[in-house]
Write a protein that binds this ligand. Structure first.
Ligand SMILES: [Zn+2]
Length: 344
């Protein structure tokens, strides 16, 4: 079968690899019908050191179950499923508490040697806890929207939950990538009265406005903090949805939070140290977040997609086949495309 392999920064290839197959009795094999390229794939695309064997890429997909191991009971061959970006057993304390990304058996697709979803098929460990069957056919028109439940829509929702977005509150979204745009959807869905999008790409800002952003701040650094304060009566926002992960974006996020407010971080941190310790302390600002438990959010988000109340598929502005994946990485890295969908 064919799959996407990254060998070094900027070196993404589509290659013939051994067919995905059952290795453990708890595995399933999924034939990928739709996948996509993630903003977080751009971090290794910018910085990965050369690797002889490469890393299989991709962690977002919808597909059809092709085969299941002998102990799999909740999905069967032929089921249309969405896969979360992490696998989890569904049975440990953390899975029961709604945090499957902290599962005692967690693993992340397309990293550390795990197979990735930008491929014709992939092996899903712990299929019972991981895969989520969908009540639609594989060619349903809602597939691009459902695909976002693999990661970006669930991740934007997580930022909103951790930042305690609630009716009547003010929120700001730091970052205008696909996760930031989905965070706007999530903030509106949870009832925020004011939603400030912080970004500077005109096409992304326009989409954010369609999704419910009420204000735009395109400044950066101190100027951005001042602008948000102007827009919020001097106080800052109750909820900051941090969807980038750079030191500068976290510093901005803390700078625009209202005293007593909360920052929900979902951008993968690119630095080991977190800035803003003093302002966060003196503002009594809660800082939380991490890898979104998207598997646990499916029950809540799925009906809104199926019934058309939200349409996160609009973050996809380009579609490629597998051969087009390397150019898809380039297009996203060059900010030519917000998010690229892949049809293997
Ligand atoms: Zn678990």
């Amino acid at each position: 079968m064919r799959a996407t392999v990254m060998y070094a920064a900027g070196d993404v290839r589509v290659e013939d690899v051994p067919d995905a197959a059952i290795e453990q009795p708890t595995d399933a094999v999924v034939r990928v019908t739709l996948a996509c390229i993630c903003g977080s794939d751009l971090w290794p695309y910018a910085s990965m050191e050369r690797s002889e064997n490469g890393q299989s890429m991709g962690h977002e997909a919808i597909g059809v179950v092709e085969d299941v191991g002998s102990q799999v009971t909740t999905v069967r061959k032929g089921d249309v499923v969405v896969m979360p970006f992490a696998f989890s057993d569904g049975t440990c304390a953390f899975c029961h508490e709604g945090l499957p990304t902290a599962c005692v058996h967690v693993g992340f697709f397309g990293t550390n040697g795990m197979n990735g979803a930008q491929a014709e098929a992939l092996r899903i460990p712990l299929a019972d806890g991981t895969l989520y069957p969908l009540p639609v056919g594989e060619d349903d028109a809602l597939m691009p929207s459902l695909l976002t439940l693999s990661d970006v829509m669930g991740t934007g929702h997580h930022a909103a939950v951790v930042a305690r977005v609630a009716p009547g509150k003010r929120a700001a979204v730091v970052g205008d990538g696909a996760v930031g745009l989905c965070a706007v959807i999530a903030a509106r869905r949870l009832g925020a009265e004011q939603i400030i999008i912080m970004g500077r790409h005109p096409d992304r800002i326009a989409l954010a406005r369609d999704f419910g952003a009420t204000d735009v701040v395109s400044e950066r650094g101190e100027a951005a903090v001042e602008r948000v304060r102007e827009l919020t009566g001097g106080d800052g926002v109750h909820s900051v949805l941090e969807c980038v992960g750079h030191g500068a974006s976290i510093e901005t996020a803390i700078g625009i939070a209202r005293p007593g407010g909360a920052v929900g971080r979902v951008g993968v941190p690119q630095h080991t140290e977190m800035p803003g310790s003093l302002p966060a302390f003196y503002g009594n600002i809660t800082i939380g977040g991490g890898p979104a438990p998207v598997r646990a959010y499916l029950d809540e988000l799925l009906p809104d997609v199926l019934e058309g109340r939200i349409d996160p598929s609009r973050v996809f502005d380009r579609t490629v086949d597998l051969d087009g994946v390397p150019d898809g990485y380039r297009a996203m890295a060059d900010r030519e495309s917000i998010k690229v969908m892949v049809t293997p």
